[in-house]
Design a protein around this ligand. Structure first.
Ligand SMILES: C[S@@+](CC[C@H](N)C(=O)[O-])C[C@H]1O[C@@H](n2cnc3c(N)ncnc32)[C@H](O)[C@@H]1O
Length: 278
């Protein structure tokens, strides 16, 4: 029997669901998710399969706000929401991380911190702008934000024997500057997470046996890492192609001994789920 601690509702988790994030979350039981980790579409015209990443800015933020509102209901008290946001382009710069943290706080989320994911992508490049002149120099976005929120309280109750972070990892991860190179294996996706980023988040913010959700799951980095680290997972993405890739990765991610997190069930499509938003 799975050593699952905390409340999970049988059949809702350990799944890859092709569907709309908002619709799928609205069907989940309340207070069942311990950690949500995601990177939403940034509305910067990325070439995703099956939808256009190009909404009017207010419509885009309004859509995401409804997703965050739905998430609040399904998080357990003290449950965490870890939101990865990249700076937008140099010429069309918009402070998206400010807009999103404002919206999340207005919904009642406690903002705990922000982590800087330093992608080390500068090399010897520069943003030329006005080279060696203050007339119009540019900053290259060589980092992304990892914004961290809690529902209702700071503490997440859990079983001390279900902690899997080492002392060394705890020291490294509690320094909020995370130098991690971008993912090289793209699995056919334009913007996958590096596994190291998600390993850090999952170990730092959740216990083994917890439920971890990614509602914009792409090719399944969060679900695969969650299973490999002994957490239950729920992966949602509107693309059938990305869900198929996620399924393969999650099946291949063996859980640790003593934490028999099951592979995803064969079904893929969620009934009546239609693509929403971008
Ligand atoms: C930034 S990517 C996430 C990539 C993911 N972190 C990974 O490691 O592969 C955003 C994802 O949101 C998905 N998406 C867009 N609209 C959606 C919607 N309404 N519901 C669910 N997923 C959606 C896209 O298909 C895309 O894979």
């Amino acid at each position: 029997m799975a050593r699952t601690r905390g409340r999970t509702t049988s059949g809702e988790f350990d799944r890859i669901v092709q569907g709309d994030a908002l619709e799928v979350i609205e069907r989940l039981s309340p207070e069942t998710v311990h950690l949500a980790v995601t990177s939403p579409p940034y509305n910067v015209r990325l070439p995703y399969r099956g939808y256009s990443d190009d909404l009017p800015p207010e419509e885009y933020l309004g859509w995401l706000k409804e997703v965050w509102r739905a998430l609040f209901r399904v998080l357990v008290p003290g449950g965490r929401f870890v939101l990865n946001v990249a700076p937008t382009s140099i010429k069309d710069f918009r402070p998206l991380h400010h807009d999103l943290s404002r919206d999340l706080r207005s919904l009642g989320y406690i903002m705990r911190t922000e982590i800087i994911w330093y992608k080390q992508t500068m090399g010897r490049r520069t943003a030329w702008g006005s080279w060696k002149s203050p007339s119009n120099p540019h900053i290259v976005p060589s980092w992304e934000y990892v914004l961290v929120f809690s529902k209702g309280q700071w503490k997440l109750p859990g079983d001390p024997t279900a902690v899997d972070i080492s002392a060394r990892e705890f020291e490294r991860f509690s320094d909020g500057f995370w130098p991690i190179p971008p993912e090289r294996h793209r699995h056919g996706h334009p913007a996958p997470f590096p596994e190291e980023l998600i390993e850090r988040v999952v170990k730092f913010y959740s216990y083994r046996g917890n439920v971890v959700l990614d509602m914009f799951g792409g090719t399944g980095t969060v679900a695969a890492v969650a299973r490999r680290l002994g957490r239950h997972y729920l992966h949602i993405d509107s693309s059938a192609e990305y869900c198929a890739a996620a399924r393969e990765r999650v099946c291949a991610a063996a859980p640790p001994a003593g934490w028999p997190i099951p592979p995803p069930e064969p079904e893929v499509a969620a009934p009546a789920a239609a693509a929403h938003g971008p």
